[in-house]
Design a protein. Structure first.
Length: 403
């Protein structure tokens, strides 16, 4: 009975696959800039600090747009809003593809972030509206497996395109692919008949149970994005890995996380979201420590093992976390809540990038120092996130259902 209970209907499969397609496009666009870091730094003759501005520009812009949108997003149909925002995101991605200087790229990332920052919150809101709590972890696992698909297919292919042509070609290809996913989503995502009631924006902040969810998002972003944007730069300049080896790292990491994300979703529904978060987040501190202490004496197979384990647990902890976060709020304000949560998420990632950028120094030969200190900061933030999950109380969920 348990396995049948967790299976998707045909319409639900279409829905989650469409959302996964949109997420795939969004994640490749967001992630591709980081492995291209060494190329962009040399192409535009910029420093690590300037590169951190390009990464954080996207996230801060996304945070500001999400903060603004959270004041009115529940008044509009989820599907229509998602597709309009995604269309704007695609054209701003194309603008990135035509960037010919550091400042043009910086401006393009600001515009892309303004649209891209809303895609996650709208997708998660649709999941929250469409799946009951007992099956929400499985649905979240499928959609978040788009991160894995992005690392398995999107990042390696994009890097190969960039290596054989120019660094900005992947953005042009992504623009074309995104249109295909958008037309599929137009068919696959149902036009919800849910009546979106008007509500006071202050409802998001008057419920004290919302705050642990916001702090969970913030600490997870501070933990993850203090490390993630600098991995490729660190490995290329501090270890035996080269720019040509990076697609292999993302391929192995993506293949592993594609299966584990869905598996973690299933386990979260079966044994409880909270207990699975404790396990996955606790385990994530081990690869965080090791990935920041790799040096030139490590062989490529060992490096690939460490980075693969890192991807598994860093992405995996988001599966039970997002299932919990979407479940602390009254459904009538879920859109505004999730959009504000996205603002927290994007601001947190931008802040993490800037904080770690100040901890890291760069020698004349681009060798990075201080990455170990960043890992300790990341571990502390992960520990705090575990405490946030402990404090979370779910909205209108039966006590018999495992958290």
């Amino acid at each position: 009975m348990e396995s049948k209970k967790l299976k998707f209907t045909k319409k639900e499969k279409y829905l989650v696959s469409a959302l996964a397609g949109l997420q795939f496009t969004h994640m490749v666009d967001f992630m591709i800039l980081m492995p291209l870091g060494p190329v962009i730094i040399e192409q535009f003759n910029i420093t690590n600090a300037q590169f951190s501005y390009v990464v954080s520009a996207y996230t801060f812009s996304a945070g500001i747009s999400a903060l603004f949108a959270s004041t009115f997003i529940d008044r509009y149909n989820r599907k229509k809003s998602l597709l309009v925002v995604f269309l704007g995101f695609l054209f701003s991605t194309l603008l990135c593809g035509f960037s010919n200087s550091f400042y043009v790229l910086l401006a393009a990332r600001i515009i892309t972030g303004a649209f891209g920052g809303l895609i996650n919150s709208m997708s998660y809101s649709i999941i929250g509206d469409s799946f009951v709590y007992e099956r929400r972890g499985s649905a979240m696992g499928v959609v978040m497996a788009a991160f894995s698909a992005a690392t398995v297919i999107g990042i390696p292919v994009s890097l190969m395109i960039a290596n054989h042509f120019k660094w900005n070609y992947p953005f042009i290809v992504l623009f074309i692919l995104g249109f295909i996913f958008m037309f599929y989503a137009l068919y696959a995502i149902p036009l919800s008949d849910r009546i979106h009631q008007k509500h006071a924006y202050s409802d998001i902040f008057t419920n004290k149970n919302h705050y642990p969810a916001f702090f969970l998002t913030l600490t997870m972003m501070l933990s993850g994005f203090s490390i993630i944007p600098y991995i490729s730069i660190y490995l290329v300049f501090n270890t035996v890995m080269t720019q040509a080896d990076l697609p292999m790292m993302y391929l192995f990491g993506g293949v592993a996380t594609y299966g584990t994300s869905r598996f973690f979703g299933y386990l979260s529904d079966k044994y409880g979201k909270k207990i699975m978060f404790y396990i996955i987040a606790g385990a994530s501190v081990i690869p965080v420590f090791f990935i920041s202490h790799i040096n030139a004496s490590y062989s490529i197979p060992v490096i690939l093992f460490i980075t693969t384990v890192f991807f598994i647990f860093i992405s995996g902890r988001w599966v039970p976390a997002m299932a919990l976060i979407t479940s602390v709020v009254d459904p009538k304000i879920r859109g505004s809540f999730m959009t504000f949560n996205t603002a927290v998420q994007q601001m947190g990632s931008g802040l993490a990038t800037l904080i770690s950028g100040r901890m890291i120094s760069q020698q004349a030969n681009h060798v990075m120092q201080g990455f170990g200190t960043v890992s300790y900061f990341s571990i502390v933030m992960t520990s705090i996130s575990i405490g946030c999950v402990y404090l979370i109380k779910l909205y209108n969920v039966s006590p018999k259902v495992p958290e």
